[in-house]
Design a protein around this ligand. Structure first.
Ligand code: GTP
Ligand code: MG
Length: 306
């Protein structure tokens, strides 16, 4: 039937756009910025992102489906790392367009390896140079861009500052120019493939990682176990899963002070996400070696692709 609504949908463009790069280059910061909401945790530590998360940006007749991925890393001893790398590789294979994130002035061996993976994927790619605020002399970017263009035929090069949003509209424009024609994959109002519960877990995890710095390995997970919505308050029970008693002690801190701080910071974030009061009951539990167990990975939404 040719209703006005159907007609409006003719000529749409839609594509899967993978955000790929080393740990800590700012992929999730960029996704949150592009979508305009905090969908997932970002921290100053590497290995913050643990699964593929979709962020959806719909503008006019264009829909950009962003795939945030775990940073690609060399260390492959732990199952959790292997799964992370595979998740990122799968995103490469699925993408219509790749945004390869690098840091201004910091292109190393890890980046070269990723560039090689992009080459063998055969997909078109944009070189996105993030953290330009850190680059004192912007002219220094020019020889770098020349070098990269000589190494790989990027479809475009876009310097940005994801944290402050510098040139992010320019990046959106560039991505839109490379979208294939096709129908929208998601409802135009939808921002992510993840439910609110996941976003809540991410906020608690972010608060925890920020509070703990390097003291606890990233194999710490958060699980929301119960969630009840009252008219103006959400009651949320969440547990922080750690692998060892010693880690439990670190998270709880002296006379419970750490856990209290994590709880306060998370509650604050959750209240602005949910736009209502939040009663958060946060506990810590030891679940030995969860990061080595495929079952636990699946339970936590860290899929193990074939
Ligand atoms: N100076 C500066 N810092 C930034 C910028 N964008 C992101 N960052 C910071 O870089 C750090 C890492 O950001 P994330 O978004 O978590 O990085 P990621 O690539 O998703 O990292 P993984 O998930 O671990 O792979 C955070 O402290 C961000 O605030 C930027 O434009 N400028
Ligand atoms: Mg991330």
């Amino acid at each position: 039937m040719n209703t006005p609504e159907n007609e409006a949908r003719d000529g749409t463009r839609c594509g899967l756009v993978a955000l790929i790069g080393r740990p800590n280059v700012g992929k999730t910061t960029l996704m949150n910025r592009l979508v305009g909401e905090k969908l997932a945790a970002t921290t100053r530590r590497p290995h913050t992102t643990r699964n593929r998360i979709l962020g959806i940006v719909t503008e006019g007749d264009d829909q950009i489906v962003l795939m945030d991925t775990p940073g690609i890393d060399q260390e492959r001893t732990k199952l959790v790392n292997q799964v992370l790398n595979r998740t990122a590789s799968q995103a490469l294979a699925d993408a219509d367009l790749i945004c390869f994130l690098t840091e201004a002035g910091r292109f190393g061996e890890g980046d070269e390896r990723i560039e090689a993976a992009i080459r063998s994927s055969g997909r078109p790619a944009l070189l996105v140079i993030n953290k330009v605020d850190r680059q004192k002399n912007k002219e220094d970017l020019l020889p770098f861009i020349e070098e990269r263009m000589a190494a790989f035929p990027y479809a475009g090069v876009v310097p940005i500052g994801a944290r402050r949003g510098t040139n992010v509209p320019g990046l959106i424009e560039e991505i839109r120019n490379h979208l294939p024609e096709g129908p929208f994959l998601y409802d135009p109002d939808q921002l992510s493939d993840r439910p609110e519960r996941f976003r809540a877990e991410e906020m608690i995890r972010e608060a925890m990682l920020e509070q703990l710095g390097e003291e606890v390995p990233y194999s710490v997970a958060v699980r929301v176990e119960n969630w009840e919505d009252a008219p103006r308050t959400a009651h949320i029970d969440a547990v922080i899963l750690v692998e060892r008693d010693s880690q439990k002690g670190i998270v709880i801190g002296k006379s419970g002070r750490r856990l209290k701080q994590i709880g306060q910071a998370s509650r604050h974030q959750l209240e602005s996400l949910l736009e209502r009061k939040v009663m958060l009951n946060l506990t810590v539990r030891v679940e030995a070696d969860w990061s080595r167990s495929p079952r636990a990975l699946r339970e936590l939404g860290i899929e193990e692709p074939r």
